[in-house]
Design a protein around this ligand. Sequence first.
Ligand code: ATP
Ligand code: MG
Length: 312
Amino acid sequence: MENKVLEFIENENIDKNLVAGVKKYIAETAPADEEAGRIPSPICFYYGKEVWEQALSALLSSKNLLLTGPKATGKNIFAENLSALFERPLWNVSFHVGTDASYLVGTDTFDGDRVVFRKGPMTLASEKGGFVVLDEINMAKNEALSVMHSCLDHRRVMDIPGYRKVDIVPAARFIGTMNYGYAGTRELNEALCSRFVVLEMPVIGENDLGRLLRFRFPGLKDNMVSQFSKLFYELNRKAEKGEISERALDLRGLLDAIDMMALGTGAGAALDMCIANKTFDPYERELVRDVIKARIPGDLRAENIFDSTVIA
Ligand SMILES: Nc1ncnc2c1ncn2[C@@H]1O[C@H](COP(=O)(O)OP(=O)(O)OP(=O)(O)O)[C@@H](O)[C@H]1O
Ligand SMILES: [Mg+2]
């Protein structure tokens, strides 16, 4: 099976030693065939050479990686890219205040006949050498996190009361994500934090944003690539200066809006729904709308935005 992410990073001029390290890992790691369906096919590549290099050097030296940063900086997309690159099955654990240790490691259940241990995602990934995304890890209670201490440090073991000791196979990797911008998020417990190397995810650079837009929307006209990029950075600047809150600043929203435009929604309505309406303060919403209108006329339609050849 071709490895598109490997091809991608080779074209990105990522440090040759790191690429060689990835190839060695793949060659030396037994494929987890029965879990092949868990190897992700990301909807797009992660764009950002520096982040790639930092993450690869951490993962190749068997570190656990914590991706931190504001919303929509590509943390989950990047984790999927990494798992696809290393050709490993991915288990995703979404943390919330109710996540407890038994959800992570597994629990006894009755299968109609007898009590059996149903393995949780941490146990499965630890045995099969998978990648585990510990999504929004800072949302979890300490009780759930303490079980992971021995997994994440040099011991690399999970001792499950009443079950057995699970050694974490060398191929397994743990990738945490954490967004400190959202309401309700917490600081990460210090003991846990010290078991990760922390990669601060930057806002996508201008050149990379242009490439992402062209990849996601191959028919997007050149001038629209430029206008949408400028709009994104203008909102970014206003949020940095505190003129608008960060609610409206959202690459996810911009991509969603362009998706809707491709399906025929007018630019004004699409940008309202996906960007401006995410701010609930009427004054601020008008400010955001003004920034949008100055760049993208509200009455633009698919035929003005995309080359006619790609419009059905
Ligand atoms: N550098 C980047 N390269 C590729 N895609 C990116 C990049 N930055 C943001 N994106 C895009 O932004 C969108 C959101 O990405 P993702 O869900 O991975 O973000 P996140 O950081 O996990 O956000 P949140 O903190 O809100 O969960 C996706 O469509 C993704 O393609
Ligand atoms: Mg995320």
